[in-house]
Structures are given as C-alpha cells and as structure tokens.
Design a protein. Structure first.
Length: 246
C-alpha cells in the first residue's frame, strides 16, 4: 500500500521552490485540497505542513501566506489560531485600501505610509510594503533576497504592472539614480548631517582612486564603506559640489 507521502506527492504539481505548488486531487466545497488520511478527509495543506514539519496541535489552524487555497508548498504555510483565520483575507484588506485606475495608471495606496512614503500593510503581524504585497498577490511569493521596485517612481503605487523585482544592489542604485537615497534626499554634501566626508575629502578620494588605490582601501582610510567610495567616484554623491571640485 502506498504511504501517505507517496499519495501526496503523486497529486502535487511541484514547481519552483518559492512558487505555489498546486494540489491536483479532490477539493473541498470551499476550494481547499483534500486527501483521505486513516479513513477521514483532511485538508491537504495541513497534511503538507505535517509531512514537512511534524504534527500540528489540534487548536491551531494551518494558513496560507499566498492566498492560493490549493497551494501545498510548506513555505507558503504558517500556523495560527482560529482568530487569525477569521480575520479578513489579505486580498480583501488590500483591495479595500487601493484606488484602482486604468491598466497603465498608478494605483495609489490609500492606507498607512512609511516615513519614506511607501504604502504599508500588516501581514501576519508584521508591517510589509504594500507594493511588495501587491506583487505577491498577483505573481506569487518573493524570496527574501529580492526587492520589489517601481518603474514609475511613485512609492505609493501598487499597480503590479509598474513593479519589477531586483536585488538589493539594484534597489540601492535605483534609489541613487532617482535621488531617493538618504544622503541625497534632503540636503547634499557638507550641509547634510550624515555626511562623514568633506568636499576636500571627496576630491582626495577621487584622486586616490585615479592613482590606482582600491575602493576598499580608500574606504578604510576614510572610515566609509566601499559602496560609498564607489558612489563618490561616480559623482553620485557631492553632485552639487562638482563645479567646486573640478
Ligand atoms: Zn502558495
Ligand atoms: Zn505606478
């Protein structure tokens, strides 16, 4: 006789590690997958969790992060109480806080905003960026090492067509390119409280770089990161002092 694991595996359409794994077997009336265990029907995502992590205490529910009821990817599941379960679904809460426009328009987030102007929504007790949640609701789970970025440069926008995924490196450079990084946000150069280097330092840094010093070595000398050195050398910082430096 086939084991539960074998019967489970034979009916799951497994995809990428972070994607939804869809249950191809029977469904409950409310749309969850179901499987027979010891003569009784059980919801299959709960079985998926137990096969991966072990038995679930009776008083706990197994819930989806991804809003795909048929999904049995254990990474998309978490345990919660009945109270968590009965809260409005994430999709409903999300929809109630956006102003949906035409396909190509920015869809503005009408809920809470972060200090940097991005929409925020609480998901399983943690504040998350609304645009990131927008992406996940439409295209699926985003792994932790990726950022969700705007093509349209409107932080409050949650139109999935205006979003794309990039690395943290892309995010930093995207912010610099759009002038949104902290050090270029309000004031530039010496007037800015966070500046660790003077205009003369910046000039010296470029001179050292031109003389063949490594960015890392320069960073150590001035007590700043290699990334900052790189940005100084690329004139991304001290832009308003350029004429004085030339
Ligand atoms: Zn899923
Ligand atoms: Zn937009």
């Amino acid at each position: 006789m086939k084991s539960l694991q074998e019967r489970f595996d034979s009916k799951v359409e497994m995809r990428g590690i972070d994607e939804c794994w869809l249950w191809m077997g029977g469904l409950t009336a409310s749309g969850y997958g179901q499987i027979r265990v010891n003569g009784r029907n059980q919801v299959v995502h709960r079985v998926a969790w137990e096969l991966e992590y072990g038995p679930i205490r009776n008083e706990l529910c197994c819930l989806h992060r991804c809003d795909t009821l048929r999904c049995v990817n254990p990474r998309h599941l978490f345990l919660g109480t009945r109270h968590t379960k009965n809260k409005k679904s994430l999709r409903e809460r999300f929809r109630s806080k956006i102003r949906i426009g035409d396909e190509d328009e920015c869809w503005l987030w009408m809920g809470a905003l972060s200090t940097t102007g991005y929409g925020q929504i609480r998901v399983n007790g943690c504040l998350q960026f609304a645009h990131r949640v927008a992406w996940e609701l439409v295209y699926g789970f985003i792994s932790d090492d990726l950022c969700c970025l705007h093509r349209c440069d409107t932080p409050r926008c949650v139109n999935p067509r205006h979003l794309f995924l990039g690395t943290h490196y892309d995010n930093t450079h995207d912010m610099i390119a759009k002038g949104r990084a902290n050090y270029t946000n309000s004031a530039k150069g010496e007037k800015h409280g966070m500046a660790k280097i003077t205009a003369a330092d910046a000039k010296m840094i470029r001179t050292l770089r031109a003389a063949g010093w490594l960015q890392r070595e320069i960073g150590v000398k001035f007590g700043i990161s290699q990334v900052t050195v790189s940005m100084i050398c690329l004139n991304k910082i001290w832009v308003d002092n350029l004429s004085a430096l030339r």
